[in-house]
Design a protein around this ligand. Structure first.
Ligand code: NAP
Length: 247
């Protein structure tokens, strides 16, 4: 198993891509602390799935936009786990709209949940990883953070910022054994993309060389690779999981 005896903290573990990553990590022998806002409908099933694979799943709760509480929750999890080998900053939201009409509140909430939370959580977890001279941090960016997208200035800015943050943090921590990479998914089938209207979904599909939407497993498998010892010389990278869309 690729992640045997490792411990991971994964944000946004209740559904979509985060749930997919959580399940692949459990399958690979990793003990997972999954963070979401409240008791998730998937909690009992994920705990049972973990048990089947001989590991444990711990669901923890915080709104990542509430910084002081977030810090306490992450510190508690770190203490309980005794250190994490892998951190996946995956929690994210969209609040789409054209820039000239966008409310400051929608700009701020997207930046805070998609970008600032990764900084807050990584600051706590990477301190411990640096002391141990080992760790892998994976930030869930987006193809939109590389290329931009009309109607998503807040989301694109948050993901572009996350990419720059990833590369910069990797340069700070590389010599201390901590790798930091980003994944840039294209169009992946989850609740987030189900909210996109059918016409826009069709238009996106046209632009994908693979001619299909991505599955959460496509992203989860890349996360397994980046969390595992198969990727020990890979840091400061942005890996597209987009069926060729961003090429
Ligand atoms: P999703 O199905 O909407 O799931 C979002 C996850 O984030 C949920 O677990 C949710 O927890 C958590 N979350 C949201 N706001 C939170 C908050 N304030 N505090 C704590 N947790 C919060 O989204 P997804 O499609 O799986 O996307 C996951 C990540 O991939 C996001 O960062 C997204 O930007 C990125 N991404 C997705 C796509 C795509 O095509 N789907 C493409 C590119 C990038 P609750 O259930 O508790 O709300």
């Amino acid at each position: 198993m690729l992640l045997e005896n490792k411990k991971a903290l994964i944000t946004g573990s209740s559904r979509g891509i985060g749930l997919g990553i959580t399940k692949r990590y459990l399958e690979e022998g990793c003990e997972v602390w999954g963070l979401c806002t409240k008791d998730s409908p998937a909690k009992a099933e994920t705990e049972a799935f973990a048990k089947e694979h001989g590991v444990a799943y711990h669901e923890i709760h915080a709104n990542v936009a509430e910084v002081e509480n977030l810090k306490l929750v992450i510190k508690d999890a770190l203490k309980e786990a005794g250190g994490f080998d892998i951190l996946v900053n995956n929690a994210g939201i969209t609040r789409d709209g054209l820039s000239f009409r966008m409310k400051l509140e929608d700009w701020n909430s997207v930046l805070s949940i998609n970008l600032t939370s990764a900084f807050i959580i990584s600051q706590i977890i990477s301190g411990d990883m640096i002391r141990k001279r080992a760790g892998s941090i994976i930030n869930m960016a987006s193809i939109v953070g590389l290329h931009g997208q009309g109607g998503q200035v807040n989301y694109a800015a948050s993901k572009g910022g996350l990419i720059a943050y990833t590369k910069s943090l990797a340069k700070e921590t590389g010599a201390r054994g901590v790798r930091v990479n980003a994944i840039a998914p294209g169009f992946i089938e989850t609740e987030m993309t189900a909210a996109v209207n059918e016409e826009a979904q069709k238009a996106w599909l046209e632009t994908i060389p693979a001619k299909r939407a991505g599955k959460v497993e496509d992203v989860a498998n890349t996360c397994v690779f980046l969390g595992s010892d198969l990727s020990t010389y890979i840091t400061a990278q942005v890996i597209g999981v987009d069926g060729g869309m961003g090429a």
